[in-house]
Write a new protein. Sequence first.
Length: 134
Amino acid sequence: RSGVIWRLFGLRCQRRRRQRATATAPTPPVPVIFAANPAWEGSEPGMYDVTIEWTIDHGSFPVASVEVFVRENGGPEQSLGTTPSSDLGFNHPRATGGDVTLSYRARYVFEDFGGPVIGAFSQAFEIYVPPEGG
């Protein structure tokens, strides 16, 4: 009789372990870039600054950071830095001298006690920057 009780108890514990293992963690928010605006000689003569803007639905996640990346004319991606996710935008000073296509992406990053929580990249947002203030 006690063998049956232990077997039932073991089955119950196994079912509870499986339920806990299949629980999915919430998905980190993903910024949605909706605008990029070049400004000729905004911070330096002969150069464009580019400001990008995004929306982000934090859901149950706290305000944290957004990492911003750029790719020029399809070249390698470069990290530009981070900004608080509540800022909803990023200024890229001295982005280019012009006549290039810039592609921007961003992602949410939160430093948690268990390690960083890194969200998926946003869609790429491309902007053509004309030559020399054109």
